[in-house]
Design a protein around this ligand. Sequence first.
Ligand SMILES: Nc1nc2c(ncn2[C@@H]2O[C@H](COP(=O)(O)OP(=O)(O)OP(=O)(O)O)[C@@H](O)[C@H]2O)c(=O)[nH]1
Ligand SMILES: [Mg+2]
Length: 333
Amino acid sequence: MPPSSDPSQLFEAARNGDRVALARLLSLVERGGEPSRAVAGLAFKSPGNAYSVGITGAPGAGKSTLTDRLIAQGRALGFNGGKTMAVLAVDPSSPFSGGAILGDRVRMQGHALDDGVFIRSMATRGHLGGLAVAVPDAVRVLSAAGMPMVLVETVGVGQQEVEVAAATDTTMVVVNPGWGDAIQANKAGLLEIADLFVINKADRPGAQQTRRDLEQMLDLTELSGPGAWRAPIVDTVASTGEGIDALWAAIGRHRQHQIQQGTLEAQRRERLEREFRQILVARVVQEIDGAVADGRFTEVHSAMVDGDLDPYQAADRLLAGIMDVNPDPPAAP
Ligand SMILES: Nc1nc2c(ncn2[C@@H]2O[C@H](COP(=O)(O)OP(=O)(O)OP(=O)(O)O)[C@@H](O)[C@H]2O)c(=O)[nH]1
Ligand SMILES: [Mg+2]
């Protein structure tokens, strides 16, 4: 039987453990357009129970090596009621997945034959709203497919990457020993999003100094209330596995903290609000571009250039004309 490309059929198959179907669903999500919307809708209606962990940090900090170690940890010990591990390796700089990610794939090949591990790289392609929307969609699909834990590794510390890594339940920021690494992380906005810090390559000199820098910067950050979470700092040597137990325990503690404080659901709702806003903005921009492209804007534009409309009036006219949206599109097939 030829593999289906129908979102509903793929979704059912993925929920029944079909990994090929799951991979296809993620390809649809990555590619954007109507099928992607259908997949997102299905996943939204059947939320699973996945706990997501974001891993970000400067290129070469050791994110993939850490991911590899965390996979092994999850496989051995289990997390959140299961021992399956899913990884999304996100690379916004590459229009197609498989390029820059190839090295990571190789590094994680220790798990390539383990069908309890699902590794998938992801780029932007055509998804409306870009990665900031595509990745949460992908996480929901993995969750619906029964994954108890999803690791999201981002390449680099650009704004997009940081945003994507921050949109997870536990966000892990990886730095290396050495003068200034902590300060760089702070500049990149990583301090605000970190639920925990990893000083990886702690076999190199300077780990103590980096820890002091991080502690000092954390001291300056206002913590709200007695139940506030202060990001712990864990030393690791990912290449040998040193410190991975402590890192794994720290992730578990953060999750426990969120559950006890009732912040897990609140934060997920907040992220949903942000996603909704991203989609809304992307939709409006899409409509405007469409109106410009098909000439619907020409008259209004001329009127503005001729001085008959000021730019605000022109914008109002354009907006009034474009938002011809069907609020009840046909349901997913
Ligand atoms: N000495 C030392 N080397 C490490 C450690 N962890 C990782 N490395 C090495 O650092 C290099 C980069 O590791 P990766 O895991 O690819 O780093 P990354 O952050 O995923 O890199 P990008 O995805 O390219 O941003 C590799 O050669 C690793 O073997 C460590 O704890 N100590
Ligand atoms: Mg990597």
